[in-house]
Design a protein around this ligand. Structure first.
Ligand code: PHE
Length: 338
């Protein structure tokens, strides 16, 4: 009987080492160690042994069982790890599958526009959208530019017939806003504007951002304070702002605003055409006539307004030499803005 046990144990070990999967190993275990497995079968033969031999045989069988159990456990662990590794390898998802393909991003103009809007919103300005097809009234008349006034020639307007035109300035939104809101008010209006103009720095369609603040006691100092913050935020901390007298029918007094050139710090270079300054916007104290037209008493309230080209700001920030680059959507150009 001892021989039989040894033979069974040998066979069992051979099958354990041949088992290629956890399932196969389990089948071997049932075959040898199961309730009606080969070893249990063998134990039935104990009955035929002499009583003094039984405990000896019992000990041998138990030891064999225990050592086989240990081998099953070791092999089981090994198979489990192997199968897990195989499963992980076969179910792996290749997240680099899109490597090398192009991902989208904001157009430089949209990105700059968003930054500009964020800046003014952080200062408490309300944001307003106005129509691109405007009436003569909002684009000109309410802004103190009557019909046949020579100031209309400042902007080459696309007239659409009747009273309609493509707005030539976002200043039209000022009037609409003041009709609907009473002071104190603080608003910006970014949007598309149109002028019959076409060269390296002008495009028939471009983008402006209008700003308007009306309250008691608003002065040129408030305007300068805001524009100073604005210039430092977008062109660098050491940027200087300069006001030059100018003329707009809807502001009195009016100014043209320059910032010191960020490229040469005022020394004079190609970007600032040797002057050390870059013109960025028009502004002024809102003309009393405009306030009155919009139902605001100019003896009680004053305000300032400013307007600039978003395209121009984007071109200065990124050093873009030609406005058309912003509209051609040439991928080689756009890919440079990451
Ligand atoms: N609307 C003017 C322009 O397009 C800019 C401006 C806005 C000037 C507001 C003064 C006040 O040139």
């Amino acid at each position: 009987m001892e021989e039989q046990i040894e033979r069974l144990a040998r066979e069992c070990r051979e099958e354990i080492s041949a088992a290629g999967s956890e399932n196969a190993l389990y089948a071997v275990r049932v075959k040898f160690l199961g309730k009606s497995g080969l070893i249990s079968e063998l134990m039935k033969g104990m009955r035929n042994l002499a009583p003094e031999q039984r405990p000896v045989m019992g000990k041998i069988v138990n030891e064999t069982r225990a050592s086989l159990e240990a081998e099953f456990a070791a092999k089981g662990k090994q198979l489990h790890e192997k199968e897990l590794a195989e499963k992980l390898a076969s179910e792996k998802i290749d997240i680099t599958i899109n490597e090398g393909s192009r991902t989208g991003r904001l157009h430089p103009l949209s990105a700059v526009r968003q930054r500009l809007v964020d800046f003014f919103v952080s200062m408490g300005f309300d944001v307003m959208d106005g129509p691109e097809v405007e009436t003569d009234y909002y684009n000109f008349e309410a802004l103190n530019v009557p019909k046949d006034h020579p100031a209309r020639d400042m902007q080459d307007t696309f007239f659409l017939g009747g009273n309609l035109l493509l707005r030539s300035q976002t200043s039209a939104s000022q009037v609409r806003y003041m009709e609907e809101h009473k002071p104190p008010l603080k608003m910006i209006s970014p949007g598309r504007v149109f002028r019959n103009d076409d060269d390296a720095t002008h495009s028939p369609v471009f983008h402006q951002l209008e700003g308007l603040v009306v309250d008691r006691g608003i002065t040129m100092c408030d305007l300068k304070g805001i524009l100073d913050e604005f210039a430092k935020h977008f062109f660098g901390k050491d940027t200087k702002v300069r006001f030059r007298p100018s003329y707009f029918p809807f502001t009195e007094p009016s100014v043209e605003v320059d910032v010191s050139c960020a490229m040469c710090h005022g020394k004079g270079c190609k970007i600032c055409k040797g002057t050390g300054w870059i013109e960025i916007l028009g502004a002024g104290i809102v003309n009393r006539k405009v306030l009155r037209t919009c139902g605001i008493d100019p003896d009680e309230y004053t305000g300032f307004a400013f307007g600039f080209g978003i395209d121009r700001i984007a071109n200065i920030i990124h050093g873009i030499p030609h406005i058309k680059l912003l509209y051609e959507n040439d991928i080689r150009f756009l890919e440079q803005f990451r």
